[in-house]
Design a protein around this ligand. Structure first.
Ligand SMILES: Cc1cc2nc3c(=O)[nH]c(=O)nc-3n(C[C@H](O)[C@H](O)[C@H](O)COP(=O)(O)OP(=O)(O)OC[C@H]3O[C@@H](n4cnc5c(N)ncnc54)[C@H](O)[C@@H]3O)c2cc1C
Length: 403
């Protein structure tokens, strides 16, 4: 008999959520996380479609207790000035009229604690350094504790939720970089920033510097997260160190600069590579990938956590179905079909953002297309309007290719 029904590698939002969902269904789950929690991680803005999986996880009340600012909308600033804000109240489902901006250390720790409460055996400071199995079938993991001790743990299902580290794809290959989105990012938190008021106080603001580069502005408790996204190969045009890169970029955006006149930076400036990618396989015999381990899209629309929670829900449903059906070797190949559709829709929107010849303003003049854009910015995929606007953007890409 295996030690557990399910072993989850990684205690980020993907790992802790899939573990909770599977434990809620009555299966035994162990989760291994190499870091000590709470730990710093970037990625602080939710889209409202996250509210539904968060409700299923049973953490909505805790979200309100955490002092996370409420996010009601998104506003884009072009180099020539602001564009009309998008408000989530324009979607039909009232459960998605707002969401939160989160301090990830607290958010991720809350989700991990929630997994523990659901009965998941959680181990932090414990790294998985290898998978066990033969001929592509995974039957367990090799763990290394912080004291250096090593052991093998067996399970009927192993979930790789190791984020951008991607344990499975690092060992076996199959991660494909998405052309044209080889970006990098530098970011920090600032205090004493001029915020908007009322319903706009918690909005994400996006300041475009040019067609390739933009800055995010995400209000958090007491501070604002500000970050630059720009092509990795030309990031040095802004400066040599992460701090000088971020300062120059802020200087290049007059409307953002003016909000920071009295501001102090409260953290070091960190840098990450944020290439968009996807994995060729989402699962196989005894294993599946969840969250950033399956794929990652540029953060312009803050879709990372939604896609992560969505894959956790789909993965947990596939796991419980196979375990309850008594499959001797559960196979998860293709489990993420619906996630892949959502990924494609967001990717189309992201690719449009970086094109010089594409103008969202023109698209949004059509009310159905504007609604489709709001649906996608909310994280609501697959509505007729979201499908229609995605098709309109793809048709535009195809037409430009023919010219
Ligand atoms: C610059 C940038 C900005 C972003 N902004 C946003 C945003 O505004 N909104 C949004 O929704 N998303 C954003 N994202 C994306 C978001 O951060 C990710 O989608 C999200 O963190 C994915 O969650 P995850 O659980 O899959 O992975 P992670 O959160 O990365 O968690 C993976 C965990 O696995 C652990 N781990 C790794 N390897 C091992 C191992 N071998 N053994 C044990 N543990 C291991 C790690 O320590 C980590 O805790 C952004 C990303 C970047 C790069």
């Amino acid at each position: 008999m295996p030690d557990f029904d399910v072993v989850v590698i990684g205690g980020g939002p993907g790992g802790s959520s899939v573990a909770t969902f599977v434990a809620q269904a009555g299966h035994s789950v162990a989760l291994y996380e190499k870091a000590t929690f709470p730990r710093f991680i970037v990625g602080e803005s939710l889209v409202p479609a996250c509210n539904l999986p968060l409700e299923k996880l049973g953490v909505l009340e805790q979200m309100d207790e955490q002092r996370f600012p409420r996010k009601h909308g998104v506003q884009f600033f072009s180099p020539t000035g602001p564009t009309k804000p998008f408000y989530f109240s324009e979607v039909s489902d009232p459960r998605m009229h707002s969401t939160w901006q989160v301090l990830r250390s607290d958010f991720d720790a809350m989700l991990l604690e929630n997994a523990k409460r659901a009965g998941v055996e959680t181990h932090t400071q414990t790294e998985i350094f290898d998978l066990c199995g033969t001929n592509g079938t995974v039957t367990g993991v090799k763990i290394r504790r912080s004291d250096g001790g090593e052991e093998t743990v067996t399970a009927r299902v192993v979930v790789d939720a190791t984020g951008q580290n991607g344990l499975v794809t690092r060992q076996h290959g199959g991660r494909k970089i998405i052309d044209g989105l080889q970006n990098a990012s530098v970011f920090a938190h600032y205090h004493n920033v001029a915020l908007d008021t009322g319903i706009d106080a918690g909005s994400t603001l996006i300041y475009r510097i040019d067609n390739e580069s933009w800055l995010w502005f995400i209000p958090l408790p007491d501070v604002v997260s500000i970050g630059l996204v720009t092509p990795a190969k030309t990031i040095s045009r802004f400066g040599k160190s992460p701090a000088s890169i971020l300062e120059t970029a802020i200087d290049e955006s007059e409307p953002l600069r003016s909000r920071l006149e009295k501001a102090d930076r409260t953290t070091e400036v960190r840098a990450v590579r944020d290439y968009s990618y996807r994995s060729e396989r989402d699962g196989g015999e005894g294993w599946l990938l969840i969250g950033d381990a399956v794929g990652f899209i540029d953060p312009i629309y803050s879709t990372g956590l939604f896609l992560t929670l969505y894959s956790a829900e789909l993965g947990a449903a596939a796991i419980t179905e196979q375990l309850q059906g008594g499959a001797s070797t559960p196979n998860f190949s293709g489990y993420s079909k619906d996630y892949q559709k959502a990924f494609e829709q967001f990717l189309t929107l992201v690719q449009a953002f970086y094109r010089e010849d594409f103008h969202f303003g023109t698209l949004a003049k059509n009310p159905a297309h504007r609604q489709g854009l709001i649906d996608l910015l909310t994280g609501v995929v697959g509505t007729p309007e979201a499908n229609e606007v995605t098709q309109a953007i793809r048709a535009f890409f195809d037409k430009q290719m023919m010219l």
